[in-house]
Ligand binder design. Structure first.
Ligand code: C2E
Ligand code: CA
Ligand code: CA
Length: 397
């Protein structure tokens, strides 16, 4: 939808600033700009408006209903609306309200510090079309029969995303991410099906398929002279089955791959659950010689003490911090503290989701040893991986 078609609601108690925001929007081409002087008034505008408001631009510090309470009401009744926060409050406070809005399920386009300018607004509004509208997007539902058939028919495969050493650009490994080549729905990413596999008791079979694919590829890479590791994602639900390590080891041995060339990734939340079985599995996998990686680090609120109990060999910094670090102070703090945690655990850190030159330069400057992300390469089909590696070698310094 173009800016001319979008319907905006400006919520701001200060009448001059309300007027400025309205003018800025109109200077960008907006044709439908409404305003309200506080949260309560905004809620009644939202309730009356037909067609509905598309984008709400709100201040946080307002008398009566403040911005935080207003956002909570938005989440309850108007989740379709996209939100922009404009505030002169401390950036870390604005950032925490941003996290709060997301936690409430509101699609937050962004936060801007006052004074708002046409440029800042334009950049944020441009992302409107890409913002996820949670309640609208019907989740793709797969029946257990469809999933089981997909497994039987070999419709699942791994795509491989290279992981490189930041100082040298050397490829040290690749992460396997599951894809479903669905006969009628096309290529489907794991976000649409992993949970369904977990809750239908089919995740172990899927993991076996992805592991088998990964082992085939790692053997091909080694034969062609690329000494790289392969990383396979493990669900937390798999970690309560004490036969896991044996089930993982058997195909690795059968493929003639050394366990040290296989890394299992488990999300950081594993450190906060840690029932006996989980620790038994992780210890055994490590004892067999596999690598163990903490995935999505920074999202799980685990303590150093708990992390140190698990024999991890790598820490992957969650993409969200990598994304925000160049422009957002709290993202940068998280990045630095993740690197510090990896240092204390004496394991290498991998920055995930590196997309831009600015992110790359910042990470390199902070001494992050390894990186993954679209800036280097997207996950690649198995058959394309070695071609990419050859081109990469030619273009690397
Ligand atoms: P993850 O383990 O954090 O994997 C990284 C995800 O980020 C992948 O999404 C990858 O395609 C994406 N990505 C990589 N670089 C960039 C970047 O620069 N920018 C952005 N925006 N994204 C990037 P994908 O393949 O959709 O996988 C999503 C998640 O699904 C994975 O997150 C992982 O948690 C899960 N998953 C994937 N394969 C498996 C599997 O075989 N088993 C289990 N249990 N989970 C899996
Ligand atoms: Ca992963
Ligand atoms: Ca991750």
């Amino acid at each position: 939808m173009s800016i001319e078609e979008l319907r905006f609601l400006v919520v701001e108690d200060h009448s001059f600033q309300r007027w400025v925001l309205g003018n800025l929007l109109e200077s960008l081409g907006a044709k439908h700009v409404f305003s309200a002087a506080d949260g309560q008034a905004a809620l009644s505008v939202l309730a009356d408006m037909d067609p509905p408001v598309d984008v709400v631009i709100t201040d946080l510090d307002m008398p009566g209903m403040d911005g935080m309470e207003f956002i909570r009401h938005l989440a309850d009744n108007w989740r379709r609306v996209s939100l922009v926060v404009v505030s002169s409050l401390d950036p870390s406070l604005v950032a925490s309200v941003g996290v709060m809005a997301k936690a409430y399920g509101v699609s937050l386009l962004g936060a801007i510090e006052k004074p708002a300018t046409a440029k800042k607004l334009a950049a944020i509004i441009a992302s409107h079309g890409n913002a996820p509208h949670h309640p609208e997007r019907a989740p793709v539902v797969f029946s257990p029969e469809e999933m089981a058939e997909g497994l039987r028919e070999g419709q699942f495969e791994a795509f491989f995303q290279p992981k490189v050493e930041m100082q040298t650009m050397r490829i040290t490994g690749a992460e396997a991410n599951a894809r479903w080549r669905h006969p009628s729905k096309g290529l489907i990413g794991p976000a649409s099906f992993i949970r369904a596999f977990e809750s239908n008791g089919l995740i172990a079979q899927l993991t076996s398929t992805i592991l088998a694919d990964s082992l085939r590829q790692v053997a091909v890479w080694h034969r062609s002279g690329l000494e790289a590791t392969v990383s396979v994602n493990l669900s937390l639900t798999s970690l309560s089955d004490v036969t896991l390590a044996e089930r993982m080891l058997a195909p690795v041995q059968a493929a003639g791959v050394e366990p040290r060339h296989v890394i299992f990734e488990v999300t950081e939340s594993v450190a906060t659950s840690e029932p006996g079985r989980v620790l038994e599995n992780l210890s055994r996998l490590r004892m067999k010689g596999f690598g163990l990686s903490i995935d999505d680090y920074g999202t799980g609120y685990s303590s150093m003490q708990r992390l140190a109990r698990i024999p991890f060999t790598e820490l992957k910094i969650d993409q969200s911090f990598v994304k925000s670090a160049p422009t957002d102070a709290s993202g940068r703090v998280m990045l630095e503290s993740s690197l510090e945690t990896a240092g204390k655990l004496r394991i290498p850190a991998v920055a995930e989701g590196v997309e831009t030159h600015a992110q790359w330069d910042l990470l390199r400057g902070l001494g992050c040893p390894l990186a993954q992300g679209y800036f280097i390469a997207t996950p690649l089909e198995a058959g394309e991986f070695l071609d990419w590696v050859r081109n990469h070698r030619q273009s690397a310094p």
